[in-house]
Design a protein around this ligand. Structure first.
Ligand SMILES: Cc1cc2nc3c(=O)[nH]c(=O)nc-3n(C[C@H](O)[C@H](O)[C@H](O)COP(=O)(O)OP(=O)(O)OC[C@H]3O[C@@H](n4cnc5c(N)ncnc54)[C@H](O)[C@@H]3O)c2cc1C
Length: 314
């Protein structure tokens, strides 16, 4: 009861443009369409509001979880204790010559489309990949042979003391699906990319091909979060191929199912719980370990309150 009163008090102090709610169901904010409620859900629409909110929550020692497009996460069925800050209200994209500044909550695919329209080349490989700019930088998103750090110039972020800082992107600090942001409790505010001058028609054609390829792989047929496991060069084949050889397509756990079209994608067939997805992920990992002796590393992130989840078996 004291906790509820305290959260109400804190809510009343968050006077920012945007949305502030209690017990927001997070399944509405994730591409898997699973996840229980956030105790406190805040969606600021400007950077000062984001900064003030994070500073307040930290000073009150409320745990803060940053959510972008929810395209790489499985939120626990019990939800998230503390506060979730949804960045999608920070969605400005500003272009000047061949430089583009993208706010953390802008969809990275929108940034790709917008820059390509202006004949700027470098982000087009991310067209139609779900999620925000902040999420893509955090994960160093990679597809079609390129990673986002290849065009990343600098990132503005809030550090642990909620101060606005700038990181100049040093590419040796990034690696396959790794960024410095995974090592710190920092909030990405916006990112600056330096692009090349190119041909708008050619870029549009390439983006259409990427989109069609994703459609053919069933990316948009059922709720999912893309690849379940990262690839690992030491295993000599992509995780999808390793899983395919073990015949996992169609394997189910409750409403979660390994896609019929791609062995490294789990889909929500309609009534999957987060626990179903986690159990199926563990079964795939264990199968590969038993049959091949390799430990696959999950790419999807299991976030929120998983403590003693009675429904998850490993
Ligand atoms: C159909 C489909 C296809 C996909 N294909 C690809 C692909 O080809 N390549 C690829 O790399 N990924 C792919 N993904 C995964 C996903 O699109 C990317 O990981 C994307 O970058 C996630 O962005 P997001 O905004 O949804 O992040 P979220 O899922 O919301 O968050 C992911 C992590 O980033 C952190 N984060 C997000 N924003 C911030 C911020 N502003 N500051 C600090 N931390 C932050 C979160 O706390 C969390 O830890 C795919 C997903 C789907 C659903």
């Amino acid at each position: 009861m004291r906790g509820v009163t305290r959260l109400h008090e804190i809510m009343s102090q968050i006077n920012i443009p945007g949305t502030v709610r209690r017990d927001e169901p997070l399944k509405q904010h994730t591409t898997f369409r699973v996840g229980g409620p956030a105790d406190l859900y805040i969606r600021p629409t400007d950077i000062p509001g984001l900064q003030r909110t994070i500073a307040l929550l930290r000073s009150e020692q409320i745990p803060v979880l940053i959510l972008g497009g929810g395209a790489n996460v499985v939120v626990s069925d019990r939800g998230v204790r503390g506060a979730v800050i949804d960045t999608t209200g920070l969605s400005r994209i500003s272009i000047s010559d061949n430089t583009v500044r993208v706010e953390a909550g802008a969809m990275i695919s929108d940034a790709a489309a917008e820059t390509a329209r202006q004949g700027l080349e470098g982000l087009e490989f991310l067209y139609s990949m779900p999620g925000t700019c902040g999420g893509a930088v955090w994960m160093n998103a990679r597809c079609y042979g390129s990673s986002i750090d290849e065009v990343l110039d600098s990132v503005n972020y809030l550090n642990e003391a909620s101060e606005l800082c700038t990181l100049t992107a040093a590419h040796e600090e990034f690696d396959y699906k790794l960024s410095p942001f995974q090592l710190h409790d920092w909030t990405i505010v916006d990112a600056v990319f330096t692009l090349r001058y190119g041909n708008a028609d050619e870029l549009t054609k390439r983006m259409q091909e990427y989109y069609e390829d994703r459609c053919a792989k069933g990316h948009f047929m059922l709720p999912c979060a893309g690849s379940v496991f990262k690839n690992d060069r030491r295993f000599g084949a992509p995780s999808g191929k390793i899983l395919d050889e073990l015949g996992v397509r169609g394997m189910t756990c409750g409403g979660a199912k390994v896609s019929d079209l791609h062995a490294n994608i789990i889909v929500n067939t309609g009534d999957a719980t987060a626990s179903d997805i986690r159990t199926l992920t563990h079964r795939l990992r264990d199968l590969v370990h038993t049959e091949r002796g390799w430990e696959l590393d999950p790419e999807i992130l299991f976030i929120g309150d998983w403590a003693e989840d009675p429904h998850t078996s490993t």
